[in-house]
Design a protein around this ligand. Structure first.
Ligand SMILES: Cc1cc2nc3c(=O)[nH]c(=O)nc-3n(C[C@H](O)[C@H](O)[C@H](O)COP(=O)(O)OP(=O)(O)OC[C@H]3O[C@@H](n4cnc5c(N)ncnc54)[C@H](O)[C@@H]3O)c2cc1C
Length: 411
């Protein structure tokens, strides 16, 4: 176990400076254009791939860094550049983490590299869990996977929604129910290989923010995948289902217990998402600080007014507090410390709310300019809004924290 440190070592500093350079020189200058186009910024992803920033190796290195702060540092710098482009660059990791967490070594070796492609032929991947009637309530998934014993194939039918990279991905990871009576415990994850018939993109959403990231429905109509595409394998699934049925027979609602298990899994990825929100908040704070020092009203820079200077003081304080929570949770996750106090949820809740608040303060400090697309804080404010919604809404984070602190089944 590594000692928790707030002092990044030489490796983390090198990664931070390298990514900051890429964010400042490549991402930030491209941000407004791709936000307007509302399209995946393929040339930026290709550039990131050529430099090794968009690669399985890079993320694996950060993911397994025992200091725990490799991933949050990387996320903060990329999203400081721009959140829409940042999400286009790191969206694949959602699917990669699902394979890493649930797959066998062979499955990880087969699918994780295919998700990224190569620098000359870049690919993205999608993680498809949410459905029109199953957002916060993951136990309500209706997408069904049925095993065809004769061919050892799984047949998947259903509609997924809000999938980042959905339909444009080379590899899709789809969560489906194999035993609806067991709620979340009756679910399994499947890899849908490239070009599989029956998988199609539904509507692509026009969004309020992170518009350079592609979000779409994914329709699965009689999709057949080989048995080896079930993450973790059939034997493990059968054992898990047998245990869940035994517990269900012991009384209580299986779906409510399963929901807790699924939420515990999501907890682990939340600090990384919190770090993305911090990147947006820091970017907006820096623009506001510069502006406040140079904008003159009543014959003096507006920062000379305590009302404005105190706003900036609060913005910086909240950003630093959010980073402390995110680094603590990331260090805990990297060192296999369970989030018994819902530390992962705390970090995501606070960082998401901070990004939304800081960007709105920044807009206020920029006055009329803050409200126009001449300055980036308007975009940052729109981008920040997703951070209280995806990867568990703020209300769901509060639910997890409330349950952890009270030990009560708060609803
Ligand atoms: C841009 C974008 C990208 C996304 N990317 C992905 C992706 O790649 N893969 C994927 O699977 N999903 C993705 N999602 C889906 C996202 O995770 C869901 O939108 C999110 O989980 C919330 O679900 P919902 O939208 O159905 O809201 P709902 O669950 O319907 O919630 C609506 C409101 O009710 C509140 N609420 C619900 N239940 C409770 C409760 N028990 N207590 C208190 N309040 C409650 C919520 O907090 C929220 O305010 C994405 C969404 C967006 C918008």
């Amino acid at each position: 176990m590594s000692t928790f440190s707030l002092d990044p070592g030489p490796d983390q500093i090198a990664v931070r400076d390298w990514l900051h350079g890429f964010a400042a020189d490549v991402i930030r200058p491209a941000a407004a254009e791709w936000d307007e186009r509302e399209e995946t910024p393929w040339p930026v992803i290709q550039e990131a791939a050529k430099l090794g920033i968009y690669s399985l190796d890079f993320y694996a290195q950060q993911y397994f860094d025992p200091s725990g702060i490799g991933i949050p540092i990387a996320m903060e710098e990329l999203f400081w550049g721009d959140a829409g482009i940042g999400l286009s660059i790191v969206g694949t990791t959602l699917a990669a983490v699902a394979v890493l967490a649930n797959g066998t070594e062979e499955q990880i070796g087969t699918w994780a590299p295919q998700m990224f492609g190569t620098p000359d032929d870049v690919k993205v991947a999608a993680f498809c869990s949410s459905e029109p009637d199953a957002g916060s309530d993951v136990s309500a998934l209706r997408t069904r996977a049925v095993h065809d014993e004769a061919t050892d194939e799984w047949v998947i039918d259903g509609t997924k929604t809000w999938a980042t990279n959905g339909g444009i991905a080379h590899v899709h990871v789809v969560v489906a129910t194999v035993d609806p009576a067991l709620g979340a415990r009756g679910q399994a994850s499947f890899v849908v290989p490239p070009g599989t018939p029956g998988l199609a993109q539904g509507q692509k959403f026009k969004k309020h923010g992170i518009r350079a990231s592609h979000t779409a429905e994914v329709v699965l109509d009689g999709v057949r995948v080989p048995g080896h595409c079930l993450l973790g394998g059939k034997e493990k699934l059968d054992e898990r289902l047998a245990r869940a049925r035994e517990r269900a027979a012991g009384g209580g609602s299986p779906s409510s217990r399963g929901r807790n298990a699924a939420m515990a899994t999501f907890e682990a990825s939340r600090p990384a998402v919190g770090a993305q929100a911090i990147g947006i908040a820091r970017a907006a704070y820096e623009v506001a600080l510069d502006y406040a020092k140079t904008r003159v009203q009543f014959g003096r820079p507006i920062i000379d007014n305590q009302g404005v200077a105190f706003q900036l003081a609060d913005m910086k304080t909240r950003i630093d507090a959010a980073r402390l929570l995110v680094w603590r949770a990331s260090w805990m996750a990297a060192n296999n410390q369970p989030f018994t106090g819902a530390e992962g949820s705390m970090s995501k809740l606070y960082a998401g709310e901070t990004a939304k608040w800081v960007t709105s303060q920044a807009m206020q400090i920029l006055g009329g300019n803050g409200f126009t697309r001449e300055y980036p804080v308007e975009r940052m404010h729109r981008d920040s809004a997703i951070y209280t919604i995806f990867e568990g809404t703020s209300e769901i984070q509060r639910l997890v924290i409330a349950r952890a602190v009270s030990g009560m089944p708060i609803r």
